[in-house]
Design a protein around this ligand. Structure first.
Ligand code: PLP
Length: 468
C-alpha cells in the first residue's frame, strides 16, 4: 500500500492495531496465547518487513487478555466451543483405530482439495441448509480461517475494496487487512445486513470510480452481532449483489447452532454462481481438528485449490479421515443438538443477567450461535473501560475490534459459549459494577473515567445492529 492509500485518519490505523491484538482471542483461541510483540525497536529486521506487516501489531489489550485468562476472571471474551460436551471417548476410539488400521494413509500427504471421503460427508452436512453440491465442488481447508485467507489471496490486490457488515468478524478483517484491502462497512440491524444500505454503498463506490471485489457476510448467528439475516432479506441481498456484479462470500460456521427450528436456506442455495460458501467443523465438532471448507463456482474453486496447495500442500489427512469416520459412524446430528441445548441455556442466562444487572445498556437477541452484542449508554467507551473490567475480574471484547475504522467504542461483545450459566451471571454482575462506576463518574465530572479526548469518539456514523 502506498503512503497515499494509507488511512488518512490515524485513529483508523490505531483501531486496526487494536483489532489485530484481540483477533485470536475473539476467534476463540485461548486468551493470552500469543506472545506480545514487545521491543520492536530492538528488532534488527524492522526495515526488512513487508509493507503488509504494518497492520500486524500487538497492543496493550493483548496483555490484558493474558490476565483475563486467569481462573478468577470470568471471561466472556473468547469464542471457544464447550468441548467437555463432546463424546471424547468415541473420538479417542476413532483416532486409535485410524492409526492402528490405516496409519500409513492417515499420516501421509493427501490431496490439495481434501479427502474425497470427507468431501462426500460435507455435501451431506450442507443439505441441512439446502445446499445441493457435489464432492467436486468442495475444497477442504485448515479451518474456515484458511478459506478466508485463500479467498483473499485469490481476489485481493492492495487497495481493493471489500464490503463487509458493521460490525464484522475480527479474523476476517485481519485477513483483508493483511492483503492491504480497504473495508467499506455496511450496517446491519436485527434482521442482518440491510439490502438498501448495501445498494447505497455500492452506488457510492461506483460514483467514486471504485468497485468492490466481494461482499463478506456472516448470515447466521453473526459474530459479533448475534443477529441472523432474515429469510426475506437473503434474496434481496443477492439481487443487489448480482446487479452490481458483486461476488458474495458467505461465512457460515454457526448455521447449525440455531435455537429455534431448522436453519434457513443458505445464500449459496439461492445462487450457486454468485456465492462462495464457507463452512467449518470448529463450532459443531472441535476447532482442534482445524477443518473447514469452501464451496465455490467452478473456476474460483480451481484457483482456491492452487492457492491452498501453495499455502499448506494439503489439509491434515489424519484429521480429515477422523472427522469423516465420526460423521459416518456417530450420531453427529444428536451431538449438534446437545451443543444447541447447552448454548441455548447459556444464551438465556446471559439475556436474563443483562436484564437484571445492566438495564442501562441495550443488546441484541441471538437466536443461535455464541454471541450477544451490547451497546453501552451514550458516552461510555468499551475499549477504555476494559482495564477496569479486567480488574473487576470480568473480560469481554471491545466493539472496536470488529470494525476496520474507528467505530465501535460504545459496543462490546459477550460470548456465552464457554462459561457455565452461574459464571455468566457472576460475570455480567461484575460488568454491571464497572458500567455503574463509569456512569457515576460521568454524572459527577461530565466525563467517564478515561479522559483522553480520542477515546470519546462515538460509535461512528454507521449504526450498529438494531438493539432490542
Ligand atoms: C464468523 C467466523 N468465521 C470464521 C471463523 C474461523 O473458524 P475456524 O475455526 O473454522 O477457522 C470464526 C471463528 O470464530 C468465525 O466466528
Amino acid at each position: 500500500m502506498s503512503q497515499s492509500q494509507r488511512p488518512a485518519n490515524p485513529s483508523a490505523a490505531e483501531a486496526a492495531a487494536a483489532a489485530g491484538a484481540v483477533a485470536a482471542a475473539a476467534a476463540g483461541a485461548p486468551l493470552g496465547a500469543g506472545r506480545a510483540a514487545v521491543g520492536t525497536r530492538l528488532d534488527p529486521w524492522l526495515s526488512s518487513y513487508a509493507e503488509r506487516t504494518r497492520s500486524m501489531t500487538a497492543s496493550e489489550i493483548r496483555a490484558l487478555f493474558a490476565v483475563a485468562n486467569r481462573p478468577e476472571v470470568v471471561s466472556l471474551a473468547g469464542g471457544m466451543p464447550y468441548l467437555p460436551a463432546l463424546p471424547l471417548d468415541v473420538i479417542a476410539g476413532i483416532a486409535q483405530r485410524l492409526i492402528a488400521e490405516r496409519g500409513a494413509v492417515a499420516l501421509q500427504y493427501g490431496s490439495g482439495q481434501g479427502e474425497e471421503v470427507l468431501r462426500e460427508q460435507i455435501v451431506q452436512v450442507m443439505r441441512e441448509q439446502q445446499i445441493h453440491a457435489s464432492p467436486e465442488d468442495v475444497v477442504v481447508t485448515t479451518g474456515s480461517q484458511q478459506a478466508l485467507d485463500l479467498v483473499a489471496r485469490v481476489f485481493l490486490d492492495p487497495g481493493d475494496v471489500v464490503v463487509a457488515e458493521a460490525p464484522s468478524y475480527v479474523g476476517a478483517l485481519n485477513v483483508f487487512r493483511s492483503y492491504q484491502a480497504d473495508v467499506v462497512h455496511v450496517p446491519l440491524d436485527a434482521d442482518g445486513l440491510q439490502p438498501q444500505a448495501l445498494e447505497e454503498a455500492l452506488v457510492a463506490l461506483e460514483a467514486a470510480g471504485r468497485r468492490a471485489k466481494f461482499l463478506y457476510t456472516v448470515p447466521n448467528h453473526h459474530n459479533p452481532a448475534g443477529v441472523t439475516l432474515s429469510a426475506a432479506r437473503r434474496p434481496q441481498v443477492l439481487e443487489v449483489a448480482r446487479r452490481h456484479g458483486l461476488l458474495v462470500l458467505e461465512d457460515d460456521p454457526y448455521a447449525l447452532l440455531g435455537f429455534d427450528g431448522d436453519p434457513l436456506p443458505a445464500m449459496r442455495s439461492l445462487d450457486a454462481d454468485g456465492v462462495i460458501h464457507l463452512g467449518s467443523f470448529s463450532k459443531t465438532l472441535a476447532p482442534g481438528f482445524r477443518l473447514g471448507w469452501a464451496v465455490a463456482p467452478h473456476a474460483v474453486r480451481e484457483k482456491l485449490v492452487m492457492a491452498a496447495e501453495a499455502s499448506v500442500l494439503c489439509p491434515t489427512s489424519f484429521g480429515q479421515l477422523a472427522v469423516a469416520e465420526y460423521l459416518s459412524t456417530y450420531d453427529w446430528k444428536g451431538q449438534v443438538k446437545t451443543f444447541r441445548e447447552l448454548y441455548r441455556e447459556r444464551r438465556d442466562a446471559t439475556l436474563q443477567a443483562l436484564a437484571t444487572h445492566l438495564p442501562m445498556t441495550t443488546w441484541t437477541q441471538p437466536k443461535g450461535g455464541f454471541y450477544v452484542w451490547v451497546t453501552l449508554p451514550e458516552g461510555l467507551d468499551a475499549t477504555a473501560m476494559l482495564p477496569r473490567a479486567v480488574t473487576a475480574r470480568v473480560a469481554y471484547v471491545p466493539g472496536t475490534a470488529f470494525y476496520a475504522d474507528d467505530q465501535g467504542r460504545q459496543h462490546l461483545r459477550l460470548s456465552y459459549c464457554f462459561p457455565t450459566a452461574e459464571r455468566i451471571q457472576e460475570g455480567v454482575r461484575r460488568l454491571a459494577g464497572v458500567v455503574q462506576a463509569e456512569l457515576e463518574t460521568q454524572a459527577m465530572f461530565g466525563t467517564p473515567l478515561h479522559g483522553h479526548p480520542h477515546l470519546h469518539h462515538g460509535s461512528g456514523d454507521a449504526p450498529g445492529p438494531e438493539l432490542a
